[in-house]
Design a protein around this ligand. Sequence first.
Ligand SMILES: Cc1cc2nc3c(=O)[nH]c(=O)nc-3n(C[C@H](O)[C@H](O)[C@H](O)COP(=O)(O)O)c2cc1C
Length: 85
Amino acid sequence: METAVRYYSKLGNTKKIAEAIAEETGVKAVSVTDEPDLTEYVGILFLGGAPYANIMAPQLREYAERLSSDKIGRVILFTTSNWSR
Ligand SMILES: Cc1cc2nc3c(=O)[nH]c(=O)nc-3n(C[C@H](O)[C@H](O)[C@H](O)COP(=O)(O)O)c2cc1C
């Protein structure tokens, strides 16, 4: 797979950005809660999430910790937030 878009979104904001990236790159945006881990090689992984009370959602952290560097070329992180920090 050349490109993949994965995200975690509680309220829908990050999902909207993920879907916009997916549309531009011609793939489907998939929530990390809706799909098992990546099984095939991905050249560019767009990975998105948001801070909640200054921390990353555990669902996203656990997904990121399970990623294997030999299955991914590059990771591009994206985020949404609405606080000053
Ligand atoms: C309970 C809660 C805690 C939040 N904590 C932070 C925070 O610490 N820093 C921040 O910049 N935004 C914070 N926000 C704002 C969210 O990160 C922001 O609305 C984000 O777009 C939510 O993403 P989502 O819609 O994909 O879940 C918080 C929002 C909620 C509801």
